[in-house]
Design a protein around this ligand. Structure first.
Ligand SMILES: [Zn+2]
Length: 269
């Protein structure tokens, strides 16, 4: 699933093109994952001028000049890609937008993604459900989020969007490896030093992943249809059985918080 770095990459690319542009048309190829439903969605967004493309957690937000917005959650396999005007839609495409001189396709193979047109009040309410953005607070503030509840395991805390926004399975595993903490550790067992190391590791992996335009080990592509390059520097995620890049011990895969979880049994305590 695209996480903070992937959505941020798309946000930057789209903002550079679509800022100050007006939505000229919306072609709906497949209905069912938008609100309001069908042509009502197309009617609501056509004619809106984009003030900026924003992001909160894993949510891509098109903020319009009148205060309303469109939010897109890519979920497992969603993509938003700039295409040329001769583009022929494929079978997984859901909507094609004409925005100023640009054309943008939203596609989703697994069909879990959503697109919503929201009033400014509805957006505000939606965004209030998320915890802080990990790159917009100090390491010490981020570390404090890992204090309680003491019986929660650290991987669950990282994945919980109400605790902090934007981290998913890839960057949770990578941050835990870099901070030498096992994913199954309870928050109550972490020392102040552990919490700060973890906070710094979260920020470090997210920043590096944004620089490398995300991870494409599954379906993710950026707004130009290109793969991210973070996959080359993954240390544990989807490296089950491969030697740890630090100590050579085979990486273990287990299930924590109902998610496939990867760690080095030697480096992570
Ligand atoms: Zn190791």
């Amino acid at each position: 699933m695209p996480e903070l770095p992937e959505v941020e990459t798309i946000r930057r690319q789209l903002n550079a093109k679509l800022k100050n542009q007006t939505i000229k048309s919306v072609r709906i190829l497949k209905t069912g994952r938008e609100t309001p439903h069908g042509q009502a969605f197309a009617k609501a967004v056509t004619g809106k001028k984009i003030k900026m493309i924003d992001r909160r957690a894993k949510l891509l937000i098109w903020r319009f000049t009148d205060g309303s917005s469109v939010t897109i959650h890519l979920k497992l396999t969603g993509r938003v890609i700039l295409v040329d005007k001769k583009y022929q839609p494929g079978k997984h495409d859901r909507m094609v937008f004409e925005i100023g001189p640009y054309h943008l396709v939203w596609s989703d193979m697994r069909q879990f993604g959503t697109i919503n047109f929201l009033s400014s009040e509805a957006l505000k309410k939606k965004l209030s459900e998320y915890g802080p953005e990990p790159l917009e607070i100090k390491s010490e503030q981020l570390a404090a989020l890992f204090k309680s509840p003491k019986t929660r395991n650290v991987k669950s805390a990282l994945l919980n969007q109400e605790v902090l926004a934007g981290v998913g399975n890839i960057y949770a595993d990578e941050a835990l490896f870099r901070s030498k903490i096992r994913p199954t550790r309870k928050l109550g067992s972490l020392t102040a030093d552990d919490r700060l190391k973890l906070a710094k590791a979260v920020q470090e992996v997210l920043k590096q992943a944004i620089e490398l335009k995300g991870t494409s080990s599954q379906d993710y592509l950026d707004a130009y249809g290109q793969e991210g390059k973070f996959e080359k520097v993954l240390r544990v995620y989807q490296r089950k059985g491969l030697p740890c890049k630090v100590c050579g011990t085979p990486i273990v895969r287990t299930v924590v918080a109902q998610r496939g979880t990867h760690y080095c049994p030697n480096c992570q305590k």
